[in-house]
Ligand binder design. Structure first.
Ligand code: 5GP
Length: 182
């Protein structure tokens, strides 16, 4: 069986749609960060493909760093508790930080991250997220660069997982029959 051909997911965003949007975001970021000292901060693990593709469409001598958070309690519902499980390896003092995230769901993770990174005295902090599910937002987040607004569905692929799997799907799909929670 091939996960690319026979996956149990319906396609929400195709590979082409994702790549076209990333080119646009990259061009916008390139323009906005001229004469700035840009650091892309990828939020692991979900943003790894997005960051890899986005960074190649930003025509600037940027720095890439990563951190990791844990936020999921059950398979598809946020626990509401955000924890930094791995930190940046470089200083962001006086840098222009752009946090690169896969998806804004409740907004709790991004609020936690912005607050945390703000204490480290960067020159600026902005947020770039591939996806946003406005229907699920609990805490408002300012997303300066957004790929797509999506409906309230649990999505997988292009970095996003279901129980650790399917991150390598080249498109974004959703389960037509969402799993029953434990
Ligand atoms: P928030 O703190 O905004 O509720 O959640 C952010 C994190 O929850 C994301 O970085 C992502 O890891 C996870 N998440 C939220 N919605 C989805 C979804 O639809 N699919 C997957 N795979 N992860 C999600």
């Amino acid at each position: 069986m091939s996960i690319f051909k026979d996956s149990p997911f319906e396609i929400l965003l195709t590979q082409e749609q994702i790549h076209t949007r990333i080119q646009e975001l990259g061009a916008q970021i390139t323009q906005d960060y001229q004469d700035k000292d840009l650091v892309l901060v990828g939020v692991l693990r979900g943003s790894y493909l997005f960051l890899a593709d986005l960074s190649r469409h930003i025509d600037l001598p940027l720095i890439v760093d990563f951190l990791a958070v844990s936020s999921y309690g059950t398979r598809t519902q946020s626990s509401g508790v955000v924890r930094l499980t791995s930190d940046l390896s470089t200083s962001i003092v006086d840098k222009d930080v752009l946090i690169v995230e896969d998806i804004i769901d409740t907004g709790l993770t991004m609020n936690y991250l912005v607050e945390n990174l703000q204490t480290r005295k960067p020159r600026s902090i902005r947020v770039c997220s591939l996806l946003d599910k406005p229907a699920r937002n609990i805490q408002p987040v300012t997303v300066h660069y957004l790929g797509f607004e999506i409906p309230d569905k649990f999505v997988v692929g292009y970095g996003l997982d279901y129980m650790g799997r399917y991150r390598n799907l080249p498109y974004i799909g959703f389960l037509s029959h969402p799993p029953v929670e434990d």
